[in-house]
Design a protein around this ligand. Structure first.
Ligand code: AMP
Ligand code: FE
Ligand code: FE
Ligand code: ZN
Length: 278
């Protein structure tokens, strides 16, 4: 079995439709794939249908944007939750609205120095998708300002440049509780991705564990090797599930499907903890 539990589609900031991500998963030799778009489950229906046609094992998921009390961004993966659970739905609704407002304000700042506007950004976003900096990056690429998303993130979209604006997102421990209330299984995404920005300290891990965290995404290209060793030790001490995944965004990032994988035992443990709605 080859299991990848972290991918994005055009329902958020991936570049392929949910059905296309399923097709790419089969081409990459995966047997199981999760779709984990940022703050939305809109891709589940088309992904599930295509996966069924392809004989691919599909795990519905989501990546919840969170912000710690010190303003550090935390991403929480969750699997198999009830997509209609009111508490979680309300929080991701708040985040999505805040993301939209924040993107608009960032574009106003950027437009003072570069030839893009809000229309140009919106033309990069599929109706209904969760809007993020990657879509602003796409508009900068389309305008010829940057060569690709990575360049945009390394320059104009970097927090230190002055164009960056943070957005509302729930506290990580609260998000863990909401995922559990929705019957889902919460896994801390790329917990020590230091190249992306500041990472949280051990007390935030402890608060998330206290709230019901199920696992850590240890094998992810953004967790440096020393950090992965620390995460393995932390997971062992707290009896957490360990996962590995690609964080595939299609052409939007260099991450390739299956570049990291999750063991069948870990997936089984995730499925065993899920409480189906109904
Ligand atoms: P936001 O949540 O809107 O602040 O944007 C963060 C998103 O941008 C994350 O979900 C990443 O997938 C994406 N991202 C971060 N760094 C890069 C990069 N260097 N290249 C492409 N996408 C990136
Ligand atoms: Fe993303
Ligand atoms: Fe993430
Ligand atoms: Zn992701």
């Amino acid at each position: 079995m080859r299991i990848d539990l972290h991918t994005h589609s055009t329902a958020s900031d991936g570049t392929q439709s949910p059905a296309e991500v399923m097709e790419a998963a089969v081409e990459a030799g995966l047997t199981t794939v999760a779709l984990t778009d940022h703050d939305t489950t809109a891709g589940w229906g088309p992904a599930r249908r295509r996966a069924e046609e392809l004989g691919l094992d599909f795990v519905p998921g989501m990546e919840v944007s969170c912000s710690s009390s010190s303003g550090i961004s935390v991403h929480l993966l969750c699997y198999l939750q009830d997509p209609l659970a009111p508490g979680l739905m309300e929080e991701i609704g708040r985040s999505r609205a805040a993301r939209m407002d924040r993107a608009r304000r960032m574009v106003e700042r950027i437009a003072e120095d570069y030839p893009i506007d809000w229309e140009a950004v919106l033309s990069q976003v599929r109706a209904d998708a969760t809007v993020g900096r990657p879509h602003i990056a796409d508009a900068l690429v389309a305008a010829g300002v940057c060569g690709d998303r990575s360049e945009a993130f390394a320059t104009i979209l970097r927090p230190s440049t002055g164009y960056y604006i943070p957005h509302y997102a729930p506290d990580p421990a609260d998000a863990v509780r909401l995922v559990r209330e929705a019957g889902g299984v919460p896994v801390f995404a790329h917990p020590l991705a230091s190249a992306r920005g500041r990472v949280v300290s051990e007390d935030v891990f402890d608060e998330m564990v206290e709230a019901g965290l199920a696992g850590l995404e240890v094998r992810h290209r953004d967790n440096p090797p020393e950090a992965q060793a620390w995460l393995m030790d932390y997971a062992a001490r707290h009896e957490l599930i360990v996962t590995g995944s690609s964080d595939y965004h299609g052409a939007g990032k260099p991450n390739r499907l299956g570049e990291n994988t999750t063991s069948p035992e870990a997936l089984e443990a995730i499925r065993a903890q899920a409480r189906p709605a109904g």
